[in-house]
Design a protein around this ligand. Structure first.
Ligand code: SF4
Ligand code: SF4
Length: 201
């Protein structure tokens, strides 16, 4: 039976659904030649919170990500964007695959190094297959996770602002983030939430 896991990887909170690999839901709709990739079709972004979490665990992973994948820096929002690959010239999402998605394998990034939204967001379609009490439990953990992110994102953005450092000086950003104390992990209790029926069929 498929379930939703509330867990951590290397002290990073993760909420994941075990049925994603067989996704047939509207979010996962795709064109004929696009690999089965669930909702991994969008342009993803890493903000300072994501980057700091990766660097705190393994700086080489972040260096690997930016050396192997094309990216765009938004110096106003302090964010790095990775555009999804398109299989043909159509601009619609059915035609897109996230740049980190590997055919028949799924996401190539370690779970803790994935963008925030990929670590904690469940598709809204699952809501109707979960008991309300259980759903509230997930939302409560989710709120804690979001608050943790906002707190540290604000702190990290201020660090850059006070030093007058622009996000496009990426080597310097890595150096600064590495020199700052590690982010205090959020402690959450592991839990499993059962999904009433196989909603993916
Ligand atoms: S989160 Fe939902 S839409 Fe995305 S792959 Fe999983 S089941 Fe499919
Ligand atoms: S980063 Fe990984 S989990 Fe997130 S959309 Fe891309 S392939 Fe999917």
């Amino acid at each position: 039976m498929n379930k939703i896991l509330i867990t951590t990887e290397k002290e990073i909170p993760v909420i994941k659904y075990t049925g994603c690999a067989n996704c047939n839901l509207p979010c996962g709709k795709r064109e004929k030649n696009v690999p089965k990739r669930g909702c991994c079709w969008y342009d993803v972004e890493l903000d300072l919170y994501d980057i700091k979490n990766i660097i705190d665990r393994d700086k080489s992973i972040f260096i690997d990500i930016i050396s192997k994948h094309p990216y765009i820096i938004d110096a106003d929002l302090n964010v790095i964007y990775f555009s999804a690959n398109k299989i043909n010239n159509n601009e619609n999402r059915e035609n897109k695959v996230c740049i980190f998605f590997e055919k028949d394998k799924g996401c190539s990034l370690p779970v803790y190094a994935r963008p925030f939204i990929c670590r904690v967001t469940l598709c809204p379609h699952l809501r109707k297959y979960i008991d309300t009490k259980e759903y509230i439990k997930i939302k409560q953990v989710n709120n804690l996770i979001y608050r943790h992110r906002i707190k540290y994102l604000d702190l990290l953005n201020r660090e850059l602002y006070e030093r007058g450092i622009e996000m496009n000086k990426i080597d310097l950003i890595i150096e600064i983030l590495e020199s700052l104390p590690k982010l205090k992990p959020l402690e959450i209790q592991n839990a499993e939430v059962y999904v009433k029926s196989n909603c993916l069929i």
